[in-house]
Design a protein around this ligand. Structure first.
Ligand SMILES: [Zn+2]
Ligand SMILES: [Zn+2]
Length: 645
C-alpha cells in the first residue's frame, strides 16, 4: 500500500524515504550522517537541519567549506558564548552576536569588566554547554510575544532591535536550554556541533556603532569544525601578530608615531628612509618611462579653490580648519587634484598636447578620528603616489589600459601576484547622490569595463560603490596570508573638468572638454610600506633592504680586511656595513639575522688571506666562501632586477 505521507528524497546519490513533517535532521539521524553536515541546500536555497523537508527533493549536504554553513556554526558559537556569559554574569544584557570573517563576536552590557582570565572561565562554561548538546530550536512568534519574552528577561537592547524589525516581517527567536535570543538564524541543530572554538579577545564597542550610545564589551572568538583547523588558524594568527608592522617597524627602525608630535603622523627613521627612497626612485623611473611628467605642488591652497573643486561640499569633514594668512583662509590639501588642474588651466591646450600625464608624490592631510588610527595603515598625513591624466574622450580607454598595465607591473615587482578588481559604479536607484550627467557616467563606466576586459582582468561590478565624482576601479591586493589590502585606484572624472571649465582646442579649432583620470598605484607610501613590512615579515628583498650586506670579522685581526670589504661593496653601490666590536661571531650573526639583513659576510684569517668572503644568507644559511667580486656582482644583479629572492 502506498502511504501518501511518505515520499522519496535524494541525498548524495542515495534515495531516502521521508515522512511528512520530518526535518532534515530526522533524515540525517536515521541515515547516520556525521555531524560534519551543518546545513543543507535544497533547490539552491540553504536551510538549517531542523527545518522541515518540504517534499520530494534533492538535498545537498553543506559542510564547513560552505560559507553559509560556516557562518551558521560560528553564529551558533556566539549563542553558546552568550549563554555562558549569562550563566556566569546574570546581569549581562545581550547586544548582538553575529558571525564575522574568521569567527564571531557577541556584545554585552555588563557591570563586570572582562579580563583575559574571564575569557578562560567563559570558555570553560561554553565547553559545558557544548557537552550538554542542547537542541537549538527556532520559534516564530508575534511581535507582542517577543516583546513580552525580552521584557521579562530584561533585555532592553534586544527590545530596541525588535522595534526596528519592519512590520510584516516575521519575528523569530532561538532557544537552547535556558537561553533565548532574538535572532533570524540559521543555526546548527544543537550546541554539540561546536566542537572546536576559542575566545580570542575582548574590546569596547559602542552600541549600534554610535559614539553617543553606551560602550559595550565585545568578546571575539572563532570556531572551526575540527581542533586541527582551529589550531592551524591560531598558529597563523600568531604569525600575523609577529609580523605586525607596528612591532617590526619599531624593531627594525623603520618608522614611529610620536605622540608628542600628534597622532596619525608618521616619522620615517633612517632605515625606513632608505626603503622609501628605493621605492620612490623606482616609481619615478617607471613613470618617466611610461610618458608621465613629474610635478610638485604646494600643501595649502585658498579656501575658494576647494569651493570650486567641490571638496568643501563633499569632503569637508575630512579636512582641517583653515589657516588665516593676510585675511585669506587657506586649507591643507586632502588631495592633489585641484593643483594639477590649475596648472592645466595655466596654458592653452591643443588636442595634440593630450594626453598629459602628471604624477606627484603628494603629501596630503585628512582628518581621521583618533580611534581609527592604526600604525602606518590609517594615518592623518600621508604621501600619495598620485597622478592625473588629462585626455580626449577618444583616448580614455587606452589611457586606462596604460594605468592598469603600470599597476600590474609595479605590484608584481613587489611580489603581489594576486588581487581582486572591483569596478565601482553608481547606484542606479539613487542617482541624486552623484555629480554629473547620465550619459557622461555611462560613457565612463563603459570605458573602465572595456579597459579591464582588454587587460584580461576578472572583476566584480559593485553598484553604489562609486564616489560622488565618478566611477572607479579599485584593486585589492592579497598578501602572503591572503589578506586583502587596498591597492591601486583608478578614477574617471568628468566632473572636475566641468567645474573648472577645462578645455582643449580640438582639430576643429573649437574648445572641447578633456576627461580626467585620477589614479594611484601604491596608494599611500605609508600604507604601502606598512603592508610590505607585514607581507615580507620585515625581510625585505635585497633591492629594498636598508642594509643589504653585513660584514662580520671573526676576530679583531680581520677588522681591517672587513673594513676594506665594506668600502669595496659601497663603491659598487651596495648598502654594506661592518659589524665590529668584541662580541662573538655567533652573536653578530644572530643579531644580523634579527635585523633581517639579506647577506652576512663572515671574514676570518683564511678569507683575509685569499681575498674571499664566507657568504651567509638570512634564510638559506651558509653558502660557503666566494671571491668578493663574484659576490658583489651577484648582489648588484639582484638589486638591478629587483629580485624577490
Ligand atoms: Zn543569533
Ligand atoms: Zn585626483
Amino acid at each position: 500500500m502506498n502511504d501518501s505521507r511518505e515520499f522519496i528524497v535524494r541525498w548524495e546519490g542515495e534515495e531516502l524515504k521521508a515522512h511528512r513533517g520530518e526535518t532534515f535532521l530526522d533524515l540525517a539521524e536515521r541515515a547516520g550522517w556525521s555531524r560534519d553536515v551543518l546545513m543543507v541546500e535544497v533547490d539552491g536555497v540553504t536551510r538549517e537541519l531542523r527545518s522541515p523537508v518540504p517534499g520530494p527533493c534533492e538535498i545537498k549536504p553543506l559542510g564547513f567549506e560552505s560559507s553559509a554553513a560556516r557562518e551558521a556554526l560560528r553564529h551558533s558559537a556566539s549563542h553558546v558564548l552568550a549563554q555562558a556569559v549569562k550563566r556566569l554574569y546574570p546581569d549581562a544584557e545581550l547586544g548582538i552576536g553575529p558571525a564575522i570573517e574568521d569567527g564571531f563576536y557577541y556584545d554585552f552590557r555588563v557591570r563586570h569588566s572582562f579580563e583575559p582570565e574571564d575569557l578562560e572561565k567563559i570558555e570553560k562554561e561554553m565547553g559545558k554547554i557544548v557537552e550538554e548538546d542542547l537542541p537549538i530550536t527556532r520559534h516564530e512568534v508575534s511581535r507582542q510575544e517577543a516583546f513580552d519574552i525580552f521584557s521579562k528577561r530584561r533585555e532592553p537592547l534586544k527590545l530596541e532591535i525588535l522595534e526596528e524589525i519592519p512590520a510584516g516581517e516575521p519575528v523569530s527567536i532561538y532557544k537552547q536550554g535556558e537561553f533565548t535570543d532574538l535572532c533570524a538564524g540559521p543555526h546548527t541543530p544543537s550546541t554539540g556541533y561546536i566542537r572546536a572554538f576559542k575566545l580570542t579577545s575582548v574590546a569596547g564597542a559602542y552600541w549600534r556603532g554610535d559614539e553617543k550610545r553606551d560602550m559595550l564589551q565585545r568578546i571575539y572568538g572563532t570556531a572551526f569544525l575540527t581542533r586541527e583547523e582551529l589550531d592551524q588558524y591560531l598558529k597563523r594568527q600568531e604569525e600575523i601578530k609577529q609580523r605586525d608592522h607596528r612591532k617590526l617597524g619599531k624593531e627594525l627602525g623603520i618608522f614611529s608615531i610620536q605622540e608628542e608630535g600628534g597622532p596619525g603622523l608618521v616619522y620615517w627613521h633612517p632605515k625606513g628612509g632608505v626603503i622609501r627612497q628605493a621605492i620612490e626612485d623606482f616609481w619615478r623611473e617607471e613613470h618617466r618611462r611610461r610618458g608621465y611628467d613629474i610635478v610638485y605642488t604646494p600643501h595649502i591652497a585658498k579656501l575658494d579653490l576647494w569651493k570650486i573643486s567641490g571638496h568643501l561640499d563633499w569632503y569637508r569633514e575630512n579636512m582641517y580648519s583653515p589657516i588665516v594668512v593676510e585675511g585669506a583662509e587657506y586649507l591643507l590639501k586632502p588631495m592633489n587634484c585641484p593643483f594639477h588642474i590649475l596648472m592645466y588651466k595655466g596654458s592653452l591646450r591643443s588636442y595634440r598636447d593630450l594626453p598629459l600625464r602628471w604624477a606627484e608624490l603628494g603629501t596630503v592631510y585628512r582628518y581621521e578620528r583618533s580611534g581609527v588610527l592604526h600604525g602606518m595603515l590609517r594615518v592623518r598625513g600621508f604621501t600619495q603616489d598620485d597622478a592625473h591624466i588629462f585626455c580626449r574622450p577618444d583616448q580614455l580607454e587606452d589611457e586606462l589600459v596604460g594605468v592598469l598595465d603600470l599597476a600590474q607591473f609595479m605590484l608584481k615587482t613587489f611580489g603581489y601576484e594576486e588581487y581582486d578588481c572591483m569596478l565601482s559604479v553608481r547606484d542606479p536607484n539613487d542617482k541624486k547622490k552623484y555629480i554629473g550627467e547620465d550619459s557622461v557616467w555611462n560613457q565612463a563606466e563603459a570605458a573602465l569595463e572595456a579597459a579591464l576586459t582588454r587587460k584580461g582582468l576578472p572583476y566584480a561590478r559593485d553598484e553604489g560603490e562609486a564616489k560622488f565624482y565618478g566611477p572607479a576601479i579599485d584593486i585589492k591586493i592579497r598578501d602572503v596570508f591572503g589578506r586583502g589590502w587596498q591597492g591601486p585606484t583608478i578614477q574617471v572624472d568628468f566632473n572636475l573638468p566641468e567645474r573648472f571649465d577645462l578645455t582643449y582646442i580640438g582639430e576643429d579649432g573649437k574648445p572641447h572638454r578633456p576627461v580626467m583620470i585620477h589614479r594611484t598605484v601604491l596608494g599611500a607610501m605609508e600604507r604601502f610600506v606598512g603592508g610590505l613590512i607585514e607581507h615580507y615579515g620585515g625581510a625585505f628583498p635585497v633591492w629594498l633592504a636598508p642594509v643589504q650586506v653585513k660584514v662580520i670579522p671573526v676576530t679583531e685581526g680581520q677588522e681591517d680586511y672587513a673594513a676594506e670589504v665594506v668600502k669595496t661593496l659601497k663603491a659598487e653601490g651596495i648598502r654594506a656595513e661592518g659589524f665590529f666590536g668584541p662580541e662573538k661571531v655567533g652573536y653578530k650573526i644572530r643579531q644580523s639575522q634579527l635585523e633581517k639583513i639579506p647577506y652576512m659576510l663572515v671574514v676570518g684569517p683564511r678569507e683575509k688571506e685569499s681575498g674571499t668572503v664566507s657568504v651567509r644568507h638570512r634564510s638559506r644559511g651558509d653558502l660557503g666562501p666566494q671571491p668578493l667580486p663574484e659576490f658583489s656582482q651577484k648582489v648588484k644583479e639582484q638589486i638591478s632586477t629587483k629580485s624577490l629572492d
